[in-house]
Write a protein that binds this ligand. Structure first.
Ligand code: HEC
Ligand code: HEC
Ligand code: HEC
Ligand code: HEC
Ligand code: HEC
Length: 400
């Protein structure tokens, strides 16, 4: 064999091997340089470009964190989100962007940290884990990635779920439009006719006071399409309760995505949390979720009229009886003024028989929520016969 050729080959082999080794080392260093270090170097470069060398020099590298002892949280988000308190980076890309200022004026960072509002995994130092969109972390960042899945009609609304953990008893929280809208719907649609919320309401549906604590395994996803999550379950259920829970008597209320998502954020925010008292707004006690004076006065008036029985028994939560001056806030069932006739045509039986052997919603109402004695059942029929006579008279006079 040609010796010189062999020598040349060996040199080439060594050279290739050495190059390979160098590449491996570079990759190795790259691989083990934590992600956050790259963001910090990039941040320095960015600041120097936008705000000048002087400002950039002042940046200190290293892991940064906000420790909030009262909340037992260590939030290291600012290790990457370095510009959060800087002036002049309002238009920078994330994670360098200045944090919207107004919200932090009301909730100083040293007292709140980041995750109490945003969700995510506070102590993690790479993006995927910090933003928490990983298995076994139940509070992912309420941000872009979840938005891509849940597709709310407006952007940046998911965050509002966490606002309401503290602002639960506010009737209105500036900056939480979806929550405010959902609270209005809960009143208008009379959810309390069937559900207990904050200690008040009916027992036909489950108590919702701590609905947000219900574990994902407790829901049946077999009729939910797409991404299966508690959030998706609620949205589908609000749009069409019977499709998700076939036996349900929860009425379909004609909700679109906006309503369904607003109500989902609200019900999921109803968690039992034990924060130190200073984390609850003052309104927490002042504005506790109680009936308004107007509501109490109206109820008092209705209680004194001809239809007192239906107010005292709680029928008025779902039924108006307009001829007796009773107006239901929720109007979940029909006006009972003409029930005598309506029951006959709708159910093919007399009112008397319907009250004795009700079907549908009323069978659950009279079986679990409002127990009537035999003599009370007689009273219902008598009173509704009287109501019907009034109703007929009104019909006749209005025709002339
Ligand atoms: C009191 C609640 C609250 C706290 C605490 C909080 N944020 Fe925010 N954050 C918000 C709100 C509200 C927005 C604005 C959402 C919007 O644009 O409508 C926001 C926006 C952001 C954005 C997106 C900015 C943009 O326009 O793209 C980032 C990133 C962010 N916050 C990070 C953090 C970090 C990091 C911390 C902790 C240092 C933190 N936040 C603490 C409520 C909070
Ligand atoms: C390793 C670096 C890193 C850490 C740690 C980190 N982030 Fe981010 N964050 C980023 C980057 C990069 C972006 C911009 C790209 C993107 O949107 O995914 C971003 C974007 C965001 C956004 C706006 C986009 C969205 O999804 O709404 C929010 C809000 C946010 N981060 C909050 C947080 C919070 C809260 C923490 C702490 C729990 C945190 N980040 C920790 C790197 C990080
Ligand atoms: C950990 C509890 C907590 C969270 C989470 C929280 N807040 Fe607050 N918020 C408070 C407290 C406490 C105050 C101070 C109220 C006071 O001074 O009485 C406050 C004050 C406010 C105020 C000014 C007072 C008012 O009612 O006008 C607004 C607006 C507000 N928060 C909106 C929000 C929004 C929007 C979010 C979610 C992005 C949010 N908060 C998240 C506890 C919280
Ligand atoms: C006529 C009675 C009735 C009314 C009114 C009603 N619900 Fe329901 N709701 C039920 C019943 C019964 C269930 C249990 C069966 C099911 O899952 O649908 C239920 C289930 C729910 C659940 C799921 C609870 C769980 O963990 O399984 C939520 C959340 C809910 N209702 C919220 C609401 C809200 C918010 C409103 C008002 C917008 C409302 N409901 C109005 C009867 C009602
Ligand atoms: C939780 C809500 C709720 C309560 C409380 C309630 N109802 Fe009903 N009721 C309904 C609904 C919904 C219907 C319609 C039933 C259907 O279509 O299956 C109904 C139907 C009726 C009907 C038939 C009306 C018609 O025109 O066909 C009568 C009569 C009636 N209820 C009487 C009562 C009485 C009396 C009480 C009190 C003891 C009462 N209801 C309490 C929800 C309720």
């Amino acid at each position: 064999m040609d010796k010189s050729k062999l020598k040349k080959d060996v040199t080439i082999v060594y050279a290739v091997a050495l190059m390979g080794l160098i590449v491996t080392i570079i990759m190795y260093i790259g691989y083990f340089t934590p992600e956050w270090k790259k963001y910090q170097s990039e941040f320095k470069r960015y600041v120097s470009e936008k705000l000048g060398e002087e400002k950039a020099k002042a940046i200190e590298f290293g892991v940064k964190q906000i420790y909030v002892k009262e909340l037992n949280r260590v939030d290291r988000c600012i290790t990457c989100h370095m510009g959060y308190e800087w002036k002049g980076l309002e238009n920078a890309p994330n994670p360098f962007k200045t944090h919207p200022k107004e919200i932090l004026d009301k909730h100083p960072l040293q007292k709140y940290g980041c995750t109490i509002c945003h969700g995510g995994q506070g102590y993690a130092l790479n993006k995927e884990e910090a933003h928490g969109f990983i298995e076994h972390w139940e509070e992912p960042l309420l941000g872009k990635e979840l938005e891509d899945i849940y597709r709310p009609p407006d952007r940046k609304v998911l965050l509002q779920m966490n606002c309401n953990i503290c602002h639960r008893y506010d009737t209105l929280t500036p900056g939480a439009d979806y929550i405010n809208y959902a609270k209005k719907l809960v009143k208008e649609k009379g959810c309390r006719a069937c559900h207990k919320i904050n200690g008040r309401g009916g027992v036909i549906g489950p108590d919702l006071t701590y609905e947000g604590d219900k574990a994902p395994e407790q829901f049946d996803y077999s009729r939910i399409g797409g991404y299966k999550s508690v959030f998706a379950w609620h949205v589908a259920h609000f749009k069409n309760p019977k499709m998700v829970s076939p036996e349900s008597i929860m009425p379909e209320m004609g909700f679109g995505s906006r309503e369904a998502i607003a109500l989902t954020l609200l019900t999921m925010s109803w968690k039992k949390v034990n924060l130190p008292p200073e984390y609850y707004p003052q309104s927490y006690t002042a504005l506790a979720d109680l009936p308004t004076p107007e509501e109490i006065e109206k109820e008092r008036q209705m209680r004194e009229g001809e239809g007192a029985f239906f107010v005292n028994k709680g029928c008025f939560v779902c039924h108006s009886i307009s001829v007796f001056g009773i107006e239901s806030a929720a109007k979940i069932g029909p006006d009972l003024s003409n029930a005598l006739e309506d029951v006959q045509s709708r159910f093919g039986k007399t009112l008397e028989n319907f009250i004795k052997e009700p079907t549908g919603t009323m069978s659950i109402v009279l079986g679990s929520q409002i127990m009537l004695t035999d003599s009370e059942k007689v009273q219902v029929v008598e009173l509704l016969t009287k109501a019907y006579e009034k109703y007929r008279k009104q019909q006749l006079t209005s025709k002339h």
